[in-house]
Unconditional design. Sequence first.
Length: 224
Amino acid sequence: MQHKGKLIAIEGTDGSGKSTQFRLACARFRDAKNVRCIQFPRYDQPSAALLKMYLNGDFGTDPESVNPYAASTFFAVDRYASFKTDWGAHYQGGGAVLCDRYTTSNAIHQAGKLPKEAQQGFVSWLFDFEYRLLGLPKPDCVIFLDMPVQHALALLQNRQGDGGDIHERDHAYMAHCRESARALCDQYGWHKIDCVAHGNLRAAEDIHREIYTVIQRVLGELDA
């Protein structure tokens, strides 16, 4: 099948400010009829049932309780369902899709469970599974928000009434995920955006301007 659309994924480890940056980016394209904004996981949909159980700790109270291949299938099912029932026709008709998390999130969060020598085999399997076997489109661009763990933890602690899921509660796991994400940026040419400069958090609007510049470049002449 010939895909004609554009797909851009915004990624980041927990506490990276990704949700804020996704919201700011979508606001820029609010009036652009050819741009859809999609968030994953879709917790309110039946297709997210297993991944909700996983993140809630029903299968074990730490991320390693579920191996990365099994955990990845939970998220893949939700993406497949959304593509078939929601945004697939828009994308295949030439529309642009801006995603808060995508297949690339599994590459970051699940590869981080594995020793370094096993990570490439997992990522190769993941991309083949979702892009070839399930037929989901590959992203045209992946934007990774690189947030040092100590800063991410401070931001997470400021969330009022949010105890966090099993990923957010495991600080060593968060560090492994950041390390694997930085390696993926180098290997696959993802656009890495530093969220900290000279030891200080960058302003959200400053980061947003950099993200928007990248998105504009990918979408070409699309009028936001």
